[in-house]
Design a protein around this ligand. Sequence first.
Ligand SMILES: C[S@@+](CC[C@H](N)C(=O)[O-])C[C@H]1O[C@@H](n2cnc3c(N)ncnc32)[C@H](O)[C@@H]1O
Length: 263
Amino acid sequence: MSGFEADWLTLREPADRRARNPILLEAAAAYALEKIGPIVDLGCGTGSTFRALDPLTANGRSWIFVDDDPRLLDRALEALPATANERVTLQRADLAQPTETLFAGAALVTASALFDLVSSAYIVELAQALRRENVGLYTALTVDGRVEWEKPHALDEIIVEAFARDQKTDKGFGEGLGGDAAAVLDDAFRAEGFSIRSSTSDWLLGADDAELQDAFHKGFAQTARARLDAEDLEEWLAFRASAAREGAMVRVGHRDCLAFPPG
Ligand SMILES: C[S@@+](CC[C@H](N)C(=O)[O-])C[C@H]1O[C@@H](n2cnc3c(N)ncnc32)[C@H](O)[C@@H]1O
């Protein structure tokens, strides 16, 4: 199981919602409305993509939420409005195992903050599977490796490098793509003949997001433990916490992508 905390997903959801490209989100909804079949959300977590997309589809589509973490599926179920209980199916599944049957008859496949975890081969196979089933993909908030702090610190570079290296480690799907995922998605789906629309969907975090900044920075610092002293990391975290509360911004690069199958 992948070990994402529900509290982290809850903390990031407002920033994710602000960052999602609204044009791609609306186009994804319009596409789904023209199709029959469920929307299949891969790595659903607590249901962030559902909450962003469902209102734009007149809250009427059926959904399949797929995740391998039963605690997150429970949280997703608890968070569902009563009106959606009948039309959302929860499916516990390891996406690293063959999942093609999930896509048959789907109106749209969605994912958010997922594809940095997977390998290049995984995305190529997903593009091939969705091509065979003639299903479109809407994916949001794929990190693209950019992190820009308004207030720099001497350790930023080494910490960003450590984070990028950690992202390349196996997260259950083979060598992780990390910040390369967004480009690989575009290329793999284009190679299968999909028409692609993609756009940046950066987090822009300021003083109002200080708690999210703290959690994000803590995750970064953890990946640098092997390379830096604990004291240096504490000092960096304190610097970042104080900069966040002074209103210094951090931009975290993400991309959204909409891929429509040919024909
Ligand atoms: C960063 S979270 C994103 C969750 C949600 N889409 C969101 O945007 O809040 C990644 C999600 O992928 C799920 N996940 C990771 N590896 C998985 C796997 N092998 N099979 C199924 N789900 C997986 C995690 O449990 C988690 O819910």
